[in-house]
Ligand binder design. Structure first.
Ligand code: 5AD
Ligand code: SF4
Length: 495
């Protein structure tokens, strides 16, 4: 739908004039200019050009990549899975050190492709590029990278591509922070029927281990009208599920000209006709309000799932982590949520081996895991991130100790998740059909509102719709089921 609008706007742009200064018109100008350059190169090569976008890290990055793909598509690149392409961009993550190492490793491979294909363009963006040491290293030892930009100016992608086409130098454009949010740029969804929607950018929490506030800048909320308009457009285009995205969605709206709460925003999103499911991520326990719990209890569309990062179960460690809640407060919050929404699925993030973590502290984490009984948990080994307060703490936990604790935690978490998954066995529940099963094409794969996957026989035309599925057998972390058709008040099982 938006596509026609963009075409109409581009038609009216005259590339012989100077680029406009205001956004998003400036970017439309560069979209048109880049399109011309791509088409010239394609003519010279006698074939269409292809581009590959590789995403590292979180849902936020996945959403940003959809914007990158949208722009690449608009300017004429075809999407390619292979990295042996005419344009390759890595949207990087830097939350943990090993993510950085992987990027350097893969750049070596790209360099080999480029030697055989000199017109190839290699671009890097995302959180890792916001670290000055990374950019220094790239400038010195990775001269073959054509384009480097960060998290704040992703909207300028088309303009940066034009800059690179017009010069022979490595282009580097990194901003420290921004308060600008540019709306109405193209983006291409990975799934036709579901989409992430940014509601805010950045983070103000400064958890002592975390690099995100340094690389994503201060909290900025999008205007609720822009969010609602985007979701309405998505729904008109076939989307039935949205994931509202922010580093800390519970503090949404605090810095708007007319402040509003996240719960109020959810009430507005709920009203959108045709939208069936609402998810959101991530909730910081310290900001999760009673008002939000009420909205979750009363909502017909908010999914039965809450991601509530714990990080540690030890109040002593939580204090040093600057998380601003204690073990007891976290457990009380979980109780309050479960009292309001009894069958809600709760998932979490846990870090093992934060500086100074003792066996007793670790036992406290295990205790919370046993008490909350998470439906699933992402467990991480603490990674020292230069520039964060925790990196300067001198009581780092020895690697062997961390490894052992990590294995113990994982075993506990997995056992509990398996037991939790079984909870709905035998029930008939709504499933959003997402895709044809990768292993067995006679099966479809879909998702329950609690985020568990279900595989069942069915026609691919059902993809993107919500169907009732009889959850016949729990296989650990997923279900095997059967579509359930209701006819004249009777229930029929499908073979
Ligand atoms: N080391 C390990 N895990 C980390 N996370 C954030 N920073 C670090 C770090 N330095 C984890 C947190 C967060 C998730 C996205 O990544 O658990 O919730
Ligand atoms: Fe990092 Fe804490 Fe912000 Fe999450 S809330 S992004 S862990 S600083």
């Amino acid at each position: 739908m938006y596509k026609n609008n963009i075409e109409e706007i581009l038609d009216e742009i005259d590339l012989d004039t100077t680029p406009p200064l205001e956004e998003p018109m400036r970017q439309y100008y560069f979209l048109k200019k880049a399109r011309k350059m791509v088409s010239e190169q394609s003519r010279k090569l006698g074939r269409p050009l292809c581009a590959s976008v590789q995403t590292f890290g979180c849902q936020m990055n996945a959403r940003d990549s959809e914007k990158l793909i949208g722009i690449l598509h608009e300017i004429g690149y075809q999407q390619s899975e292979s990295e042996n392409a005419d344009f390759v961009i890595y949207n990087t993550c830097t939350v943990r050190e090993n993510a950085n190492q992987r990027v350097y490793g893969r750049l070596g491979v790209l360099n080999n492709y480029k030697k055989k294909n000199p017109h190839m363009m290699i671009a890097l963006c995302g959180c890792m590029m916001q670290e000055p040491e990374v950019v220094e290293k790239l400038k010195k030892s990775y001269r073959f990278v054509d384009l480097i930009f960060g998290t704040h100016n992703i909207y300028k992608f088309a303009e940066l591509i034009v800059n690179r086409f017009e010069s022979n130098h490595q282009i580097i454009d990194i901003w420290k922070d921004t308060n600008q949010i540019v709306e109405d740029l193209p983006s291409e969804r990975k799934y036709a029927f579901k989409s992430g929607v940014n509601i805010m950018f950045g983070c103000n929490n400064f958890c002592s281990y975390c690099i995100v506030p340094y690389v994503r800048g201060r909290e900025r909320s999008r205007n609720p009208k822009d969010i609602i308009r985007e979701i309405e457009k998505l729904v008109a285009d076939g989307v039935v599920e949205v994931m509202l995205l922010g580093q800390n969605v519970n503090s949404y709206g605090k810095n708007l000209d007319e402040p509003m709460t996240f719960a109020q925003l959810l009430r507005e999103v709920e009203k959108i006709e045709g939208l069936e499911r609402i998810r959101f991520m991530t909730s910081h326990p310290k900001d999760l309000s009673d008002e939000l719990i009420e909205v979750m209890r009363d909502s017909k569309k908010i999914c039965n799932h809450l991601h509530l990062p714990l990080q540690s179960g030890s109040s002593r460690i939580l204090k040093i982590m600057n998380r601003k809640y204690t073990k007891e407060q976290y457990l009380e919050l979980v109780e309050k949520i479960r009292a309001a929404v009894p069958d809600i699925s709760i998932t979490t993030d846990i870090i093992v081996g934060f500086p100074g973590e003792t066996e007793e502290d670790f036992e406290e984490t295990l205790d919370v895991v046993r008490k909350v009984r998470y439906d699933s948990a992402f467990t991480f080994i603490y990674s020292k991130r230069t520039g964060t307060p925790a990196a300067k703490m001198d009581n780092q936990v020895p690697e062997e100790v961390v490894k052992k604790r990590f294995d113990r935690l994982l075993a506990e978490v997995q056992q509990i998740s398996k037991e939790q998954a079984k909870k709905v066995e035998g029930q008939v529940l709504p499933v959003l059909v997402e895709e044809i099963n990768e292993q067995d094409p006679s099966l479809l794969t879909g998702r329950l509102t609690n985020n568990l996957l279900v595989h069942f026989k069915g026609e691919k035309e059902l993809i993107g719709t919500i169907v009732d599925v009889h959850l016949k057998e729990c296989k650990g972390f997923y279900y095997m089921g059967e579509i359930c058709e209701r006819q004249e008040g009777k229930e029929l099982w499908h073979n």
